[in-house]
Design a protein around this ligand. Sequence first.
Ligand code: ADP
Ligand code: MG
Length: 354
Amino acid sequence: MEIAKLGEFGLIDRLTKDLKQKNESTKYGIGDDCAVLYYPESRVLVTADMLMEGVHFDLTYMDMQHLGYKSAMVNLSDIFAMNGTPRQLVVSIALSKRFTVEDLDAFYEGLRMACAKWNVDIVGGDTTSSLTGLAISITCIGEARATDIVYRNGAKDTDLICVSGDLGAAYMGLQLLEREKAVYYQQLAEMQRKSHTANSQQPTPEFTPDFAGKECLLQRQLQPEARGDIIQQLNKSGIRPTAMMDISDGLSSELLHICKQSGCGCRIYEKNIPIDYQTAVMAEELSFNVTTCAMNGGEDYELLFTVPLTDHDRVSEIPDVKVIGYITKAELGSSLISRDGQEFELKAQGWNHY
Ligand code: ADP
Ligand code: MG
């Protein structure tokens, strides 16, 4: 269905009509000039992310439902990274004519699934048109007690450096999708070259991408999970990290942020960096160095945090958390110790959108 058929208000109505507000802090959601929130006791955490078609996502291999899910999750991840609880989402979208009402239904289905998982309310947004594609801007509001907030600047000499989950998988997933996309376009170009008919019907190849055995890498790229479960675990274990952030641009770059803001250095060990078996297999297939992928691949959405040395035993008991090294004095710099004992200075390669 063309969006013009519903019009802007009809579309907003359709997308938001049966949204239920679940949080006490949501006093008023969609339907007026502003949403009204109420946080008498807490600090309010606010974060925003903007996602541009062609820069941050590619609709050739990402469907709208996954896009909705991921757009929400990357925001929730930022709230968890402050040791907070996400509560509300504000969703703004700019759409070009090629998008249908069903595309938007799917996008909102993904958003809703992510919000349902973490009990977050969609309380407003903006809907407008675009000449060039899809733009998404999501703002997430969360809360935390003032004393619970964990900044990037609290790491101290001798603190342990920990990461959740494993790293590099989302980046390998992206490489896999890009590889299959290239194969598809190659086949398409070949078919078009061969069928020099006046027929206006463009042929398309019957293409089945080869993802066998690598579904988990796709999932990490297309459907990342914000690690609120780790926040809950830390809380249960009575551990309050001294510094924390989520890993969106690669471990190397994020660790340097923590060191810079905390005025310290670090030593991490290659042998301790958590890497999934499929990530290693894919890196091997592409002749990439798997440690480089884990250090610099983007979009892991795992948590990187530091804890006092005295929490060693307690943090080691948490499943899916790994101690990868420790914080040092600033003079010692930031280094990675390789498997054969060599020392390398950490460099931020990260993601460069430009
Ligand atoms: P205004 O003209 O005041 O900006 P709108 O007509 O754009 O209001 O929006 C009407 C209501 O619908 C507001 O509560 C707004 O927050 C909400 N809204 C608009 N677009 C979206 C969207 N994409 N997702 C969720 N809520 C939306
Ligand atoms: Mg508006």
